[in-house]
Write a protein that binds this ligand. Structure first.
Ligand code: PLP
Length: 427
């Protein structure tokens, strides 16, 4: 059995850990048990190996946290050196200001910086800061911003969150200004901030981000860009630099340190000075291995065209993959969208089969072909042209099987597990 050890480990893990994982998107809720590698043993470059020893080209890239590639030598060397002088000390070190200065140099909206560990730390700090700065309680939000109460309140997965908190968060739709206007007209004096991913599944319509900024400011709210994924992936200065729309505050996370746990909230002097009074504090905020990894990673970004390389690899993959999709007559079933460095796979119904049935079949076949992929392609520098050619070979085989299963109406027979049911939508 291909996933025998993974499945055995799932039983063991679930006896001590609910869902058997610390991260929802790495759990069996996303990976259908029976046809998925549930646990990994190691990752290197663009590759990962599961507990059973199966090798994958990894397009998940640790949920987009890795941008250079797993186990990058220059980062590992610097982290090992730092390890000898300590991990978390009793007072702050110089490294905090050194990395903060690098962010200020690179990100247009950054005049002051604070660090956290997860993206959720940074977005939640931004929300508390915006509430303190404006003296208001309500939030307008679009996209995913982490597990904290204020954020997940607006989704269907809001168990355990007080109604009084749920009532303060209002979701609007991307590229739909009137959905945001409606929130402002219902709460004209109550919105502290508009928080959004500057881009996810689709590009912003011309003028959309500018209009959001204008609207937020017209009503006295702050604009926060959550660049947890777009930062150091779309552009060294984030999507704000790419689209030339500068928010009041922005948050960074995944791309900051090639997989090391560190996040940052950055913003103007004017707003960030309030941070001295707002309580945002953690024992591990100045942890040195992640700050070291961030320093090496940011300096590599500054001196090399990392984002440009990710972009051209993504374009190469998407152009050739779109051709394969067309060749197999699957254009109506699978549509690619988003930025070439963070491309979304959008599945639709085909023949007699529903979207989630086709998607589950895709996962089964992709994993079996040695491709670790979920809903997006999260490219890294380690995805060289040669690796991309291998990805395309695997897609060729997988898409062929999908097209056949739809055409011959054998998908239910070929699918070895029950289809995944969509749990909640955040984008
Ligand atoms: C846009 C965005 N914001 C915030 C977060 C939360 O980050 P973390 O999971 O590190 O708390 C995520 C995580 O996927 C994200 O994609």
């Amino acid at each position: 059995m291909r996933y025998e050890l993974s499945e055995q480990h799932l039983d063991r893990a679930e006896a001590s850990i609910p869902l058997g994982s610390q991260t929802f998107s790495k759990s069996r809720t996303q990976y259908p048990v029976g046809v998925s590698p549930l646990y990994l043993k190691k990752s290197k470059g663009p590759y990962s190996w599961d507990l059973d020893g199966n090798k994958y080209i990894d397009l998940v890239s640790s949920l987009a946290a890795v941008t250079i590639g797993y186990g990058d030598k220059k980062i590992s060397r610097a982290v090992k050196r730092q390890f000898k002088s300590g991990v978390t000390l009793s007072l702050p070190t110089r490294l905090e200001a050194e990395v903060a200065e690098m962010l200020i140099e690179m990100i247009p909206s950054a005049e002051k910086v604070r660090f956290g560990k997860n993206g959720s730390d940074a977005t939640s700090a931004a929300i508390r800061l915006a509430r303190a700065y404006t003296g208001r309680d309500h939030i307008a939000m679009c996209g995913y911003h982490g597990w904290q109460d204020w954020s997940i309140a607006s989704t269907t997965r809001n168990k355990g969150i007080p109604k009084s908190v749920i009532d303060l968060t209002h979701a609007f739709n991307y590229n739909n200004l009137s959905s945001l206007e409606m929130i402002f007209s219902s709460f004209p004096k109550d919105i502290a901030a508009v928080i959004m991913e500057p881009m996810n599944i689709t590009y912003p319509n011309p003028g959309f981000l500018e209009s959001v900024k204008e609207l937020a400011h017209k009503y006295g709210a702050l604009l926060i860009f959550d660049e947890t994924i777009t930062g150091f992936r779309f552009n060294n200065g984030g999507a704000q630099k790419l689209f030339n729309v500068i928010p009041d505050l922005s948050t960074f996370g995944k791309g900051l340190a090639n997989g090391f746990p560190i996040s940052a909230i950055v913003g103007s002097d004017e707003v960030m000075k309030e941070m001295s009074e707002v309580f945002f504090s953690g024992t591990f905020g100045g942890e040195l291995l992640s700050l070291t990894a961030a320093r090496v990673n940011l300096s590599y970004h500054s001196n090399n065209k990392v984002c440009e390389s990710l972009y051209s690899s993504g374009e190469n993959l998407n152009t050739k993959l779109n051709q394969l999709i067309s060749d197999k007559a699957l254009d109506a079933v699978l549509k690619l969208s988003g930025h070439p460095t963070w491309t979304f796979l959008n599945w639709f119904e085909g023949g007699r089969y529903a979207e989630n049935e086709i998607k589950t079949y895709f996962l089964q076949e992709a994993f079996s072909a040695g491709l670790l992929v979920l809903n997006t392609h999260n490219l890294t520098l380690a995805h060289s042209n040669k690796v991309i050619d291998r990805i395309l070979d695997k897609y060729d085989a997988v898409l062929h099987r999908i097209a056949n299963a739809i055409e011959a109406e054998t998908l239910h027979l070929d699918l070895k597990v029950a289809p995944l049911t969509p749990l909640f939508r955040v984008r």
